[in-house]
Design a protein around this ligand. Structure first.
Ligand code: CA
Length: 237
């Protein structure tokens, strides 16, 4: 499976070919990377294979129901799940929420609406970001000492300014997840944020010069087009 580093990864669990085709084309055009699973068992396999940022889950699936897939995913992950049902299908909303679905749409829907909902669940999920109370955060070749606010890259200390450290820490503690520009700005700067949105990019650029082997081709701190940034989960972890 080819993986584009810089897009939001959507796991599309759907058995209707016409939907698969239309959504794959539409979502790809919107900048998402689409991974397709045609039944529930396949969905769990795909999910285990590579991290995804959001799951679009059809309820009526062969072999395993969408509800069971939702339960199984939720048992091991906090990934946002948007449940999709056919028109006229009886859906127990309370049950859906109980088993951990984040949102719900009914076919047929417009691509624009779906994209808006995907972005909304990503934002909402970020509102409950992990706060890791550990003294040290390590991801691959980068280690942060939280107490002394020191950063080590491949064993060498690099000097970070206060906001750079806060930004890197937030991204590293949520490694593998895309964080939107809005959330990063809010969490790192809050009401201190002045000027245009370039301030964030300037900080990211400087962090890259410090932590990336090749800052022009970032592998750790990647841009997620149209959304924000992600600290990648590296293979050597
Ligand atoms: Ca179906």
């Amino acid at each position: 499976m080819s993986r584009r580093e810089n897009s939001v990864r959507v796991l599309l669990v759907e058995d209707e070919e016409s939907f698969i085709d239309a959504l794959t084309v539409g979502l790809t055009r919107e900048g998402f990377e689409v991974v397709v699973a045609r039944d529930g068992a396949d969905a769990l396999v795909r999910f285990a294979e590579a991290p995804v940022d959001v799951v679009l889950l059809d309820l009526m699936l062969p072999k395993m129901s969408g509800l069971d897939v939702c339960r199984a995913l939720r048992a091991e992950s906090e990934v946002p799940i948007i449940v999709v049902s056919a028109k006229g299908e009886e859906v127990d909303m309370v049950l859906l929420l109980e088993i951990g679905a984040d949102d719900y749409v009914t076919k047929p829907y417009r691509l624009r609406e779906l994209v808006a909902r995907i972005r909304a669940v990503l934002r909402r999920r970020e509102a409950g970001l992990d706060v890791v109370e550990e003294e040290s955060v390590r991801r691959g070749s980068v280690r942060l000492d939280v107490e002394s606010r020191r950063c080590f890259v491949r064993g060498e200390e690099v000097r970070l300014r206060k906001k750079e450290f806060a930004l890197l820490r937030l991204l590293m503690e949520n490694a593998g997840r895309v964080l939107t520009r809005e959330v990063l700005i809010d969490r790192v700067w809050g009401s201190d944020y002045v000027g245009d949105t370039k301030t964030l990019d300037v900080h990211v650029k400087r962090l890259r010069t410090l932590i990336e082997e090749d800052p022009k081709k970032p592998r750790l701190l990647t841009t997620v087009r149209g959304v924000g940034y992600r600290f990648e989960v590296t293979r050597d972890e």
